[in-house]
Ligand binder design. Structure first.
Ligand code: NAI
Ligand code: UGA
Length: 478
């Protein structure tokens, strides 16, 4: 058996590396149009930072795992083709700002149809709107010259989270496979289930109809994001009342019906998928006439935007309503720890908000490159999820500096904003940082990871999300 995967990104790369590792008798080839990415996958400096990934790739690469730009050859030869390409939010036309743009998916389907000379199982790995399999089926069947070629389309959404991708792939809560309710559809489901059964217990391999599987992925992300927006909404109320969001989260999380995970208040959720997938879900609801349902889910995204804006207003308000020409050290630019990924990171909106008010942001992140930060701060909304996206807002960059040394970033700064929960931030010598900062020196902890009492002892004015406000902030915040 041969497997090909179109799209060597955050999902395609690690997922196929794990399949290859666990199924040594199957040849797995990951293809991409991006030559640079493929080159990096073939080196020891992988294109994405993910703990444990390099070891998995090194074990399987060259044995039964390959990365290539020869899309036609490998897709043509494969029995199972995973499609793991971008499904960004549309930026123009009907549904702009919410609908999924299936350009790349359709391109992949046309490619498959053009080279298929034998029957294929085509697996939706990308997150797609419900009913995409129907559309893709039409593209495949109408474009294939050979009438004897049969296409079975399966939905096999990916639930891994970045930073823990290897653990998630090795021990997933579940694998979900949706397929047509026909004998050939059921056979295709079983074929794919056999692949996963190499390392995943059978009871964790769930099967469903196509539309349930497609919708389950959007729903899972919507529920996860909803929890964060819910606790973030409560964080605002905590600050207004003197309650402590961590204590509230702990108290509700011990109820087994609620559960304790995913209740960390933050400066906002980021990542390539939560916002995109909720907007996509809302658009699907609207197109089937369910406006109230769409409005319900939109609120999760609105609350996230509010949280980011609220944080910016806290920073500016605390610093006497002006950050003009003030240096602000930004600790963390990635959307979460243990990844170099910055897609939809809350740091983008926070930095832009501060810069719009005249601040000079000096950014430090242990994994994100300066080029990436400059690209992110100059790209228009939703543009980042396209191969070779463009820049436009380059005026933002005049007030951005990137530092590879966190102490240098804080030197001469009026404030430090913690925007990513990197573990190393907890170990810094804040007394030494304090010495070099302009007084009063502020810390705005957007992740609640620091020892706030200790920071206050040093002399910092501390703002922590969802925690009772310092007296200083109460007096000065207007
Ligand atoms: N990033 C994540 O943690 C997760 C992402 N997903 C979904 O998986 C899909 C892919 O996401 P990522 O891997 O993060 O995106 P990505 O942007 O890292 O990777 C997509 C890759 O597809 C390639 N590509 C696009 N069109 C192509 C074509 N016609 N032929 C060959 N290659 C092509 C691009 O060059 C890019 O390298 C999206 O639908 C996303 O919603 C699902 C679960 C988790
Ligand atoms: O479809 C996807 O792309 C993936 O989206 C998320 O994974 P990911 O975005 O990689 O990371 P998460 O751990 O979910 O974090 C998302 C964002 O929420 C934030 N977050 C998370 C948890 C929390 O309690 N509070 C909080 O603010 C994180 O800091 C981050 O910015 C889901 O967790 C995955 O199951 C899903 O496969």
């Amino acid at each position: 058996m041969k497997i090909a995967c179109i799209g060597a990104g955050y999902v395609g790369g690690p997922t196929m590396a794990m399949v290859a590792l666990k199924c040594p008798e199957i040849e797995v080839v990951v293809v991409d149009i991006n030559e640079e990415r493929i080159k990096a996958w073939n080196s020891d400096k992988l294109p994405i930072y993910e703990p444990g990934l390099l070891e998995v790739v090194q074990e399987a690469r060259g044995r039964n795992l390959f990365f290539s730009t020869d899309t036609k050859k490998h897709v043509g030869e494969a029995d199972i083709i995973f499609v793991s390409v971008n499904t960004p939010t549309k930026t123009h036309g009907i549904g702009a700002g919410k609908a999924a743009d299936l350009t790349y998916w359709e391109g992949a389907a046309r490619l498959i149809a053009s080279v298929a000379t034998s029957s294929k199982i085509v697996v939706e790995k990308s997150t797609v709107p419900v009913k995409t399999a129907e559309a893709i089926g039409k593209v495949l069947r109408r474009n294939c010259q050979d009438p004897n070629v049969n296409f079975e389309i399966l939905s096999n959404p990916e639930f891994l989270a970045e930073g823990t991708a290897i653990e998630d792939l090795q021990h997933p809560d579940r694998v979900l496979i949706g397929g047509a309710d026909t004998p050939s559809g059921q056979k295709a489901i079983q074929t794919l289930a056999e692949v996963y059964a190499h390392w995943i217990p059978r009871e964790r391999i769930l099967t469903a109809n196509l539309w349930s599987a497609e919708l389950a992925k959007l729903t899972a992300n919507a529920f996860l994001a909803q929890r964060i927006s819910s606790i973030n909404a409560i964080s605002a109320l905590c600050e207004a009342t003197g309650a402590d969001v961590s204590q509230v989260a702990h108290a509700i999380g011990t109820d087994s019906r609620i559960g304790g995970k995913f209740l960390n208040a933050s400066v906002g959720f980021g990542g390539s998928c939560f916002q995109k997938d909720i907007l996509n879900l809302c658009y699907v609801c609207e197109t089937v006439g369910l406006k109230e349902v769409a409005d319900y889910w939109y609120q999760v995204v609105s609350m996230n935007d509010y949280q980011k804006q609220r944080f910016v207003e806290r920073v500016i308000g605390a610093m006497f309503n002006t950050v003009s020409q003030k240096k602000i050290a930004i600790y963390g630019f990635a959307f979460k720890k243990d990844t170099g990924d910055t897609r939809e990171t809350p740091a983008i909106d926070v930095c832009k908000g501060l810069i719009r008010d005249g601040a000079k942001c000096c950014i430090y992140d242990p994994e994100v490159t300066p080029e990436q930060i400059f690209r992110d701060l100059s790209a228009p909304k939703f543009e980042w999820d396209r191969p070779n996206y463009s820049r436009s807002q380059s005026h933002m960059l005049e007030n951005v500096q990137v530092q590879s040394d966190p102490a240098a970033a804080a030197d001469g700064a009026h404030a430090i904003c913690v925007l990513t929960e990197w573990d190393e931030f907890k170990k810094y010598d804040f007394a030494a940082l304090y010495e070099k900062m302009v007084k009063p020196a502020f810390i705005f902890d957007g992740r609640n990871i620091l020892d706030h009492a200790k920071l206050r002892d040093i002399g910092f004015i501390v703002y922590a999300l969802g925690k009772p406000l310092d007296q200083f902030l109460q007096k000065n915040y207007s």
